[in-house]
Design a protein around this ligand. Sequence first.
Ligand SMILES: [Zn+2]
Length: 497
Amino acid sequence: MNYQVTASRKRPKNFQSMIGQEFVSAAISHSLQHESLANAYLFTGPRGVGKTSSARILATCLNCLSNETLSIHPCGTCTNCTEIATGSNVDVIEIDGASNTSVNDIRGIKDEILFPPSHSRFKIYIIDEVHMLSTGAFNALLKTIEEPPKYVKFIFATTENHKIPATIKSRCQQFNFKLITIDLIKKQLEEALQELHVNFDDDALFWLAKEAKGSMRDAYTLLDQAIAISQGSITLKELKDKMGFAGIDELNLILENTLEGNLEKAIEILHSLFIKGISAEQILHDLTDYFHALLLIKHGIQNESLLGFPMQNFSLLVQDKLSLYHIKILLQSLFQIYKGSKFSINIQFEVELFLSELSSIHLKVDPTELIQELQNVKNELIKSPEPRIMTQPEEYNKNSNINTNISTTEITENSFDLSRLIQTYLEDQYAILVNMEQIQLIDQDIVLYAKSAQEYKQLQSILNEIQNYIHKSTNDSLWNFRISYDKLELINKIFHQ
Ligand SMILES: [Zn+2]
């Protein structure tokens, strides 16, 4: 059987069968019906979304021999229609802008257009990749498209709209082509396979549609590959094995193991993918898709075609262990690897390094969360460990089994303000000035936080004296006095209370 590649077989023959470009189809159809034609059309948009097909369809609409007037329904069977579809019509001249970039090439067109079409209404120039023309060529073109003979039409197509000079754009009727959605691509692929009587599983088709990244042509090319490698039935497993990509299950396993501290196992699975022939670049690509999907999930997006896989396929463990902040860091890190991949010694090593970083991602704390935590700590420090104001001496004595004979000589105002007691003692006896915040009472611990290393040393040298003084003053030998130079200790204490 003479096998025709799907992209050619399924190339649309009229605007009604164009996929995903309804706006363009409607606008052009409208102008054809009202015979309000522009001298030049500019089709812009990503590759493989139907720009060249649309240019040919427009040409058949203009030149179909079966219709008396312009029609949005070209017959598809007359000589003009069939020749235009294959790019062999003498009156429809297709030029590749990439290889005809010079002024002379354009001058050639200027001379040619003086001759009317041989057996059609219009002489049509389709210039693909028009952004590749030189500045001189664009200038030469300018005059021509402004006032061409009535029978001449230009259709330009480009993937790089921004490279087209404004002077050219302003003389064209511009149409922007969009990327085609996964759902729409999938539907087309399904149709193509049914026509060929090839079986398929839904996951496999979804993956092909996703990999095409909005390009119908790429989707058909992938489909042809899939048909070639499968024996009458396309399954995701077969695609994974033969087209070399990591499935989401493998990625889940690698990431779960990494996050659970089993990096060895994760690297082992990673290497099994390399052995299967999946390149490190492909895994990098798959990981980026994965983390991109996680980012969307964290923002509450569940749409399968945006995520690239059904939401339930993404590991819950991975989702639980990573915060939005972590996912952002990881995604940025993958972008960095990708950017530097041209100069990388070995991308495989970089992927492994990425996993190693992932294994300790929990140590990275979100600065905004940290600020919040610090604010909490601050609040705690202000309110919670306020020097424990002891009860009135009488009450204190009642509850205490220890000798009630308290020496209260240094205690003022009938209250046990230990902090103040210590503060006064240090100032009077040793001329050391400490503020109230430095002294914290936690259970039976009195912790004095030194402001500096020097103060710490100084306090340490009189530790026993202070301890004795406290015991004597409170008549309570359970107080444990410590000096610390570490604020973290205090923070930890508060958090673990
Ligand atoms: Zn026709």
